[in-house]
Structures are given as C-alpha cells and as structure tokens.
Ligand binder design. Sequence first.
Ligand code: 9MR
Length: 396
Amino acid sequence: MHETPDFLPRRRDALAFLLASGASLCSPGFGFGAEQSARPAAAPSKPAAADRTAPLLKDVFKSHFAVGMAGDVPGNYSERELALVREQFNAVTPENCMKPSLVHPSENQWRFERTDAFMNWCVENKIAFIHGHTLLWHHQTGDWFFQGDDKAVVIQRMKSHIDGLAGRYKGKIRSWDVVNEAIDDRGDARTAETENLRKTGWLRTVGPEFLTLAFQFARQADPAAQLYYNDYGIEAGPKHASSMVLLRRLLKEKAPVYGVGIQGHWSTRGIPYDALDRSIADYASLGLKVAISELDVTIAGASGGQLGGAGGRREVRPPTAEELQAQADAYAKLFAIFVKHKDVIDRITFWGLNDRRTWRYGQHPLLFDAECRPKSAFWAVVEQANRSIRPAAASR
Ligand code: 9MR
C-alpha cells in the first residue's frame, strides 16, 4: 500500500518551523521507508526535525490542477525518491523512456521493458494522471523513419509508431505530447506571421501536414487520450505568434488538439511573466487547455529547452540564500499566474524530481533539494495555493 498517509498534519503554522529545521520529506521517520538513497552530490545532510509536517503539492492544488514530476520511474530511483514521487505528485511523465529512438530503435524493433516498468509502477502506485512524452520529435528519432524519403512510406511508419506506442497503453495514459518542439527557435517579425516550422525529417518528407496526421493517428490509437502540442519558448515573442498560427491551422484541419504544453524551462534571470499570462489566455481563446509541462527555474546558467545547454555533471556550487530566495520569488510569481488561470490549466509538471534528479543538475532548478528536502521555493508555491483558497486570510 502506498496511500498518502492520513496522519500527516497539514497545518500552515508548521511550515515556518519546518523551513527553519531543514526537515526532509524523505527522512526516515517521515512515514517513508528508512532505506538510504545513493549519496546525493549536493547539499549536506541536516539533522531531521521531530515534527515533519509538510503539505502535499497534489493536495494543496487539488482544486486547481494536477501537479506532476518527470522521471523514468522506478529505474534506479531510491526508495526515498519513489516515496517522494507518490506522496507529493498525482501526475507523472516519463522523462526519456517513451522517446522514439529509445522505445522504437528500428522499424521492426520495439523496446518496451522500461516503458512497461514505468507504466506498471505508476499503476501500482495509483498515479492518477500518466502523461505520455512524446510520440513525435525531431530529436532522438531514428533515421530509419525517413529512409527513402518516400512520403507515403514515412506516413505509414509514423502511423505504425503511434499505433504501437499509444495503442499499447490505450486507456492508461490520460494525455500525450503528440508533437514536441516543431517550431524553429530563430524567429523575427517576419517569421512571426508564419508557422516557422523547424527543418526536420518530418517536415522534409511529409510536409506541414505531418502534425495534423500525427494528431489524427493518435486519436485513432487511443480515442480517449487528451492530445497536446508541446514546445519551449512559445509563451513569448515570435515563437508564440508562430504557435498561434500553427494551432489555428491544426484546428482548422480538424486535428484533435486538446491542449498546449508550455514547457517552462526558465531561469530566475528572466521570466516573461506578462507574456506568459497573455499566452495562456491566447491558447484558451482557441478553445485549448494548457499544461505547464516541463517546469524548472534555474538559479544559475542557461535556461530554455534547447538541448546541449549548461546541464551536465560538473562541480556543484551550492546555492546562496539570496539565490534561493530569488528562486522562491520567481516560483511564487509563476504560481500566481497559474492559479489565476486554473480553469484553463490542467496540469503543472516539474521536469525532474529534485535538484539531483534533473537534467539541469548543478543549477538547482526544482522545489526539493538533492536530499528531497523542501526548499524555500516549495513553501512559496504552497503559499500561492493558500492565498487563492483563503485570499482574506493570506492578506492579514
Ligand atoms: O530531461 C531530458 C534529458 O534527460 C535527455 O537527455 C534529453 C534528450 O532526450 O531530453 C530531456 O528532456 C527534454 C524533453 O524531452 C523535451 N523538452 C526539453 C527537455 C530538456 O531538454
């Protein structure tokens, strides 16, 4: 049984105490197994507090949206980390294992070991909301899809890929990223009036209709799944304008698009809050839902969803108190926007679990530190839920 323990008190007055104490949600005695995880690379241990009261994100935002994490669970996650996943989150996205080249490395070869293990873990642990990532992408996609450059053949391969993956987990995956990152990064006033599609194998062989077809194939493979277009940087500037041009066309062509995933790979050094606020309203005006699908806010180094950025395993400089506060402030502002748009937003998913399980290792981007302890950003996020539920109390 991995039910949320009901004995956990949820009193707000315990929060300040916890923050000061450095209590770990993964500490032995918190209600999780006492097994030690692999030694994290950052943040030294602090003594465990006697009272380990902490709210659960999935509960505090219950009336707003689902709150998720991304990871190829159970993989080599420690018991502590897995406990944190099932306690705090009610949505999970496979970070890598469902990407085309991993699950479908060649035309006649599927590798379902990790995806099946992922699905089984989520089902066994009663994760209500499994979000699939990603049916089509330009990256991590075998060249075999495009070999021969024959449009009809490539479309057939696309269909059998989508059938094979979305069909296998039909009825178990609530929503899918159908197409990921199809819009080019380089945009200007001229491209803003166009879809400005990225020059990929899909575009070259099939043309712009590859997106419509992908959505239609996904609908056929799993008629109940909610289907998303997912991208980074689409909340602002020419890329946002292009996303609107693209989505309008897809809807006109009757592509069954349910929503837009704004990835949300940001840095405390510059988040386009106003543009984000407007972009959510823009997508809603098309009749679409929104997910913040890959949220992280780095306190150092690069942001954005581009691969090959400043991630990587290198020596980690611990964050300063000021940096942690700036990050908490940024998360608070973001969640104020998300809460405002709760009727449009279905899900907020963090890209990773903690500052150890993140593609931006060393940039401390998430709500839990390397040892699963809630950071200032965690409490700032929780406070936004409290404010929205009890606005009068919060302003006192
Ligand atoms: O976090 C993912 C990382 O572990 C992988 O090495 C990388 C390449 O597959 O993809 C990362 O996730 C990306 C996601 O699938 C799409 N949006 C950008 C994410 C960060 O690069």
